[in-house]
Design a binder for this molecule. Structure first.
Ligand code: MG
Length: 379
């Protein structure tokens, strides 16, 4: 089998809020085509235009090529070789960030093609499934206005109504004022009751303020019982992660802004996180998320892949979660965006707080062409 083309669909809602930490406002969907008529689907969670350029760019140097130049004419079953070649040939502008997100999308599509060619779900190519379904946690944002406790009440009630048993609030106006933070999380706790798991995603708000993060994490956990504190600092602040992790009983989660096994090895060794959250559409595709999950398993750290965009990411995460024993939870974005809910034909919705692992070939999804046409943005 030979790869014949890589097609990028840049999708966007008519209006994107520039300060909202919501990846479901646009999407970069990649399709890898082959001479046998099989097409693989992938996604890059980054600026779609930037990813498009990385895929389409002509060769400008041995270590500076576009991904299409690397993979067209090659066999998708050489996925590990192709991952390494894409990494090597983007090295001057790659290693972390956008180049790895673009590689992630192509890599996901290659795995999808292999599953379809073998007529097997991806987890059967990754070693089988440890579970038939996974507990999902509703993932949403804090209000921009840190005094808006009504927002917390609404989001918590929706999660309860939909049958979830865990919820994460992130970004927005969190972290600016300790009294507001306590009230925001306290409102959610009041609605959800004692048994519900509540995670907080600080959205890097403390940046370099390690002592501040320690104090606030301990205070919030004592007052309202946190399941984890996520991404307190910039991903580069590895010593901050370690100091916080060592100073609190609260689980510390992170990794959505980290890349490849190389980045996660540093994160684990120096940052001492309690939960690893690589994003399949950013951190290295199926190929490197498998290695990152294995690193977590070796060190006794849960793998809870990040995902806050379309069902393409949800589908990939379900296969990765099936194939890894240390994967207890699915991030389940509840943003009200058509790109979140209408991009694939299949039903991947949560029932009673759980999502089933699909057994369809590859990623087990079909793109909804009407949604693609409706939200496609041409250059
Ligand atoms: Mg996060």
């Amino acid at each position: 089998m030979e790869i014949t083309d890589v097609v990028v669909h840049t999708l966007s809602l008519p209006a994107v809020e520039s300060t909202k930490a919501d990846s479901s406002q646009d999407a970069c969907i990649v399709e890898v085509e082959t001479d046998e008529g099989l097409t693989g689907i992938g996604e890059a969670d980054s600026s779609p235009r930037v990813v498009e350029a990385i895929i389409e760019a002509p060769v400008s140097h041995d270590k500076s090529a576009g991904l299409k130049e690397v993979v067209v004419g090659r066999d998708p079953f050489d996925v590990e070789v192709l991952w390494n070649e894409m990494y090597d040939r983007t090295y001057f502008y790659g290693r972390k960030g956008a180049a790895i997100t673009a590689i992630s999308a192509v890599d996901m599509a290659l795995w999808d093609i292999m599953g379809k060619a073998l007529d097997r779900p991806l987890h059967r190519l990754l070693g089988g499934k440890h579970r038939d379904s996974v507990r999902a946690y509703a993932s949403t944002l804090f209000p921009d206005d840190p005094t808006d406790t009504d927002h917390m009440r609404r989001e918590a009630e929706a999660a309860l109504d939909e049958g979830f048993t865990a919820i994460k609030f992130g970004w927005g106006g969190f972290g600016r004022d300790r009294r507001n933070d306590l009230e925001l999380v306290g409102t959610a706790r009041e609605v959800l009751g004692e048994e519900f798991d509540i995670m907080v995603d600080a959205g890097m708000v403390w940046q370099e303020d390690v002592k501040g993060a320690i104090k606030r994490t301990n205070e919030l956990d004592r007052a309202h019982d946190l399941y984890w504190m996520e991404e307190p600092f910039y991903a580069d602040n590895l010593d901050g992660y370690r100091r916080l992790s060592e100073a609190t009983e609260t689980r510390i989660a992170g990794g959505e802004e980290e890349y490849t096994l190389y980045g996660f090895r540093e994160f684990v060794d120096r940052g001492k996180p309690d939960v690893l959250q690589p994003d399949v559409a950013r951190s290295g595709g199926i190929t490197h998320l498998q290695k990152i999950a294995a690193l977590g398993a070796e060190r006794g750290i849960p793998f809870v892949p990040h995902g806050y965009s379309t069902d393409v990411i949800v589908a990939a995460n379900l296969q990765l979660i099936a194939a890894n024993r240390n994967a207890p939870l699915l991030e389940y974005c509840v943003e009200d965006s058509p790109l979140r809910w209408d991009l694939v034909e299949e039903d991947l919705t949560a029932t009673d707080g759980y999502v089933g692992i699909p057994d369809r070939p590859g990623l087990g999804i079909t793109l909804n062409r009407d949604t693609i046409e409706e939200y496609r943005v041409e250059l």
